[in-house]
Design a protein around this ligand. Structure first.
Ligand code: ZN
Ligand code: ZN
Length: 437
């Protein structure tokens, strides 16, 4: 990074503000960690930098340091030397898309990527050995829906790189907004985490794919709870932003919260205390806005989880909301209450079967094409699906039998696995993967 900035002009403060990832990273870590990163930048390398910004440790394989570029930006970002410059937005380890052009970032070949050995390949962002630039493989594995989520993450990280945008969003604010949003949707009640519901809520969120690929959904119960309660924050901007959006509903809502006047915050805090003290029966009615929001969320859930009936859907809300989310009230609001008539159930089953079969076939092809070293199991085929635990319910297995049969056809037994590995010429066989759950 420092080398890349060798020819930049301006004071060191200006360079940090406009040319580094520090304005983004510093929002998710403690001030003393930011200080140490800044001194690393000014005075030379210090230990532990990667862990300070959440890019070290077992689960950090997803955040690769690669010189990624957007081929459309390369045409627009021409520096004074007449060559395309590097965009810091694309150099955040783990980012897959260009938020501006909504397309996957590109990489050159392995040789070009080894920039410590082939420094001339980093001369400018458009330079390569002649291999051409290809989209990052991770981006190609995503569904259209997951790609949209990654594009939104890229857009938000770019916004947050500007220190004048949402200037009050720092690690304390991130922690506070996380726990506030979690309380509002009923994942926390009186500060107590409803663990199973929280995991389910996040697994079902459109933002589950970044939370999954960054390892957050595999966190232990303890570490998971610490983040949702706001006792700690995720240090890497990607899972941290994904979490905020998953809980708040959208980044727009996060912006609104951050613009809210501070006395409203004080009032909200007071109201929360009151709610904890007064017996729940007395807080039956909430504001009309709040009720409308819950009804809207019920309607969304109704569409995204067509297999759940009314009482299952209702259980996913906090106690107070459960009291007013009655069949009568929902019908009065014009909501299609989940009575699971057979006809709608059949239609949604048919849709999910097709989606799932396409997913399994594509995933299996991908694992084979990339010489996946482990045995291809139900887990390796299902873990990237938007509902990886679908077949944990015996009832779903029977209802989606065609998809389940496809799954069985693509799972490998040990003999088939050994044969496939032998055919690739890899001599050592990887140990089978431990079960994740
Ligand atoms: Zn671009
Ligand atoms: Zn190359």
């Amino acid at each position: 990074m420092i080398d890349l900035l060798g020819r930049s002009v301006g004071t060191i403060e200006e360079v940090i503000k406009h040319n580094t990832l520090i304005p983004l990273a510093s929002r998710f870590i403690r001030p003393e960690d930011t200080e140490s990163i800044v001194s690393h930048f000014i005075e030379g390398p210090r230990g532990g930098l990667a862990s300070k910004v959440g890019m070290a440790g077992q689960a950090s394989g997803w955040a690769k340091h690669r010189l990624l570029r957007c081929i459309k930006c390369l045409k627009e970002d021409i520096g004074s030397c007449g060559r395309p410059f590097w965009r810091r937005d694309h150099l955040l380890p783990g980012i897959l898309f260009c938020g501006k052009h909504q397309m996957p970032l590109h990489i050159p070949c392995e040789t070009c990527l080894n920039y410590s050995r082939f420094r001339d390949r980093t001369l400018h962002a458009g330079h390569h050995c002649g291999c051409g630039l290809k989209p990052v493989p991770e981006a190609l594995q995503l569904t259209a829906e997951q790609s949209e989520v990654e594009i939104e993450l890229a857009r938000v990280t770019s916004l947050l790189l500007d220190p004048s945008y949402m200037p009050t969003l720092d690690f304390q604010r991130v922690a506070k907004e996380t726990s506030n949003a979690a309380s509002e949707i009923g994942l926390l009640e009186g500060g107590i985490l409803r663990h199973a519901i929280s995991r389910e809520y996040l697994s079902d969120s459109p933002f589950s794919s970044p939370l999954r690929r960054t390892g957050f959904l595999d966190f232990s119960q303890f570490a998971f709870g610490e983040v949702i309660r706001g006792d700690t924050t995720l240090r890497h901007p990607i899972p941290a932003i994904a979490m905020l959006i998953a809980l708040a509903g959208s980044w727009k809502k996060m912006e609104e919260r951050s613009n809210a006047p501070s006395d409203a915050e004080a009032k909200a805090a007071k109201a929360n205390n009151v709610q904890q003290v007064i017996a729940p029966a007395f807080v039956l009615e909430r504001s009309a806005d709040r009720i409308a929001e819950d009804i809207a969320r019920y309607t969304e859930l109704r569409v995204s989880r067509p297999e759940l009936n009314h009482s299952q859907l209702r259980r996913r809300f906090g106690n107070a909301a459960q009291r007013y989310l009655t069949v009568e009230r929902l019908l009065a609001a014009g909501v299609d209450v989940a009575t699971t008539s057979n006809r709608t159930k059949d239609a949604s089953d048919a849709r999910i079967v097709e989606e799932l079969i396409a997913h399994i076939e594509q995933r299996s092809l991908h694992l084979r094409a990339t010489q996946y070293p482990h045995r291809i199991t139900t887990f390796s085929l299902m873990s990237t699906f938007r509902r990886p635990n679908l077949f944990h319910q015996a009832a779903m297995l029977k209802r989606l039998i065609r998809a389940y049969e496809t799954l069985q056809q693509h799972v490998e037994n040990t003999a088939a696995w050994r044969e496939r590995i032998a055919a690739t010429g890899i001599t050592t066989i990887a140990k089978p993967r431990g079960k994740k759950r």
